[in-house]
Design a protein around this ligand. Structure first.
Ligand code: GTR
Length: 386
């Protein structure tokens, strides 16, 4: 009984808005020395590096970039894919360090009726590999390649397991074999760091691929993949736009609200996602030197689109909206307008014409064609404006 009640207690998460405690968020525009950040220069030279470092040390871990070499090998090219409407290119990205190697398999469809180089939606795929079927026998709404290419974008995907298996023991058998020193450091990278690292190596490839426009890469991820898309875009400023779908705790939702999934719970179920230091914040959200609005702020001035689903309270829709709102002032430094209302928009109402976009779709924890239609419109607005 004692054990059972312990388990039930440990798993009890709350969904009651009236029980959200009073909290004060760390100010993205006040430096650790207490200086107010009033211009882009201080933001970019002092405060932004400071926040990035805080996330590295306390949450996601380091992002090493000292590899020996990178090689791109075309594994398959089909100019007649999607009934002749697109070019399919599958590429293996091999990265070497100290005699060890990691390989990322990338699937890419480039529409034919669009002027090249094409803008791209890149998905960090955390679900089954068949969701991104290059043969299109499976047409998953999670990666609606036909819809995206018909809308004038190339679409690409890689699978997280190429970098780190999503398993609390097995996660070491991937990229971390190249960086074993990360495993013994309290601020060492684990699985989510490794997945984000992989997104950057795909970007290295895009920079060399003449079919695509490396200055218009929209990075997208769902849930744990959405936590990763935020961290990758925060780290790597080459990503021009970030989509974070139902990313919840340690994604786009504020930790201090303690609503839905909490840090203790995520660190217990998924001890292989975040660094060792993050475990110090179990049940101590208020001691964190950051909150997730600051992760969104790191992406400024690049546009960020976050979503939720009404039946996914676990991912705290209100906390996600509030994280965006509290990041607005950093985008404002760049003179960028956020059209987010003061309180969350009505269900299914998308805010797209805004540097910070948002919708709360009716339904379950998922990424659907409806979500993608909004991502496309959001990218249309921002990429055209460029
Ligand atoms: C859940 C986890 C969430 C989210 C989700 C997913 O079990 O608690 O943080 O990442 O998985 O990735 O679908």
């Amino acid at each position: 009984f004692a054990l059972l009640s312990f388990i039930l207690h440990a798993q009890a998460q709350q969904y009651d808005e009236s029980k959200v405690p009073a909290y004060t968020l760390p100010d993205p525009l006040t430096t650790l020395q207490g200086q107010a950040v009033k211009n882009i220069r201080t933001w970019e030279t002092v405060r932004r590096p400071e926040i990035r470092r805080l996330f590295e040390d306390n949450v996601y871990g380091q992002m090493p970039k000292d590899f020996d070499s990178i090689r791109f090998t075309v594994e398959r090219e089909d100019p007649g894919a999607m009934e002749g409407k697109a070019l399919l290119k599958e590429t293996r990205i091999d990265v070497y360090r100290s005699g060890r190697q990691v390989s990322i398999h990338l699937v890419l469809f480039v529409p034919k009726n669009v002027s090249r180089p094409a803008p791209v939606f890149l998905l960090i795929n955390n679900r089954g590999k068949n969701n991104t079927d290059p043969d299109r026998k499976v047409k998953s709404p999670f990666w609606p390649a036909e819809l995206v290419t018909e809308s004038g974008y190339a679409i690409a995907a890689f699978h997280v397991s190429d970098l780190a298996p999503d398993d609390k023991t097995d996660y070491v058998n991937g990229l971390l074999r190249l960086y074993p020193e990360q495993l013994t450091a309290d601020n060492g990278m684990k699985a989510i760091g490794a997945w984000a690292w992989g997104a950057s190596r795909v970007m290295d490839y895009f920079e060399k691929e003449s079919l695509v426009d490396a200055s218009r890469i929209a990075l997208a991820g769902h849930s744990r993949g959405g936590k990763t898309s935020l961290w990758a875009a925060a780290q790597d400023q080459r990503f021009a736009l970030c989509v974070t779908n139902c990313s919840g705790n340690t994604g786009a939702a504020l930790a201090r609200r303690q609503f839905g999934e909490r840090i203790t719970r995520i660190n217990t179920t998924f001890p292989h996602w975040f660094n060792n230091n993050y475990k110090k914040y179990n049940d101590r959200e208020n001691d964190l030197p950051v909150d997730q609005h600051m992760l969104i702020a790191l992406i400024a001035p690049r546009p960020v689109y976050a979503t939720n689903a009404t039946k996914d309270l676990w991912a705290d829709p209100t906390g996600t909206f509030l994280a965006l709102k509290n990041a607005e002032k950093v985008f404002a430094l760049y003179g960028l307008r956020s059209a987010l209302p003061a309180t969350p928009p009505a269900v299914n109402v998308a805010v797209e014409n805004s540097i910070l976009g948002y919708h709360n779709r009716e339904g379950e924890h998922d990424m659907t064609e409806t979500d993608w239609r909004h991502f496309i419109r959001f990218a249309d607005i921002h990429f055209k404006r460029k």
